[in-house]
Design a protein around this ligand. Sequence first.
Ligand code: RET
Length: 161
Amino acid sequence: PIDFSGTWVLEKNDNFEDYMKILNIDLVTRKIAIHLSQTKVIIQDGDKLTINTLSTFRNYEMSLTIGEEFDEYTKGLDNRMLKRSIEVEKCSFYLWVGARATSQSSVLIEQTLVSWQGDTLVCTQKGEKANRGWKHWIEGDKLHLELYCEDVVCHQVFRRK
Ligand code: RET
């Protein structure tokens, strides 16, 4: 399969505001996040994938195995908890407390799966929000990321650093 590894700098970010809104991200965070320069650092090693979304304000890191369902806790984004099985069960108490500390609402359980669809990496985030997920693909020398939730689509384009 295609190798997404590398450092990628955001150069286009269509509809990010609506995407954050549909995830119920608060106004202050949205106002900051919309102007951020974002850099994705991707390490792809066989079916292991680490995706780091870096900014001067906050980072978001995700480590996963392609084809294996896992819990995702979207800490610092919409703070939804995406339930994982065995491994994370051990520290689920801490995740739980962390989630409660940052959010007044109850903790929501979602499950995330990333898999290949041809040369596109497709992620589904099952949980409270319908039709939530993202897709990564490469076109020419650009990395594309489509983030979607319900009827909102955000399209990001990155160039290699
Ligand atoms: C930032 C800054 C703080 C506020 C928000 C952010 C959004 C991050 C997102 C990351 C998505 C990452 C994915 C990676 C897959 O390749 C930039 C951390 C809301 C939406 C889907």
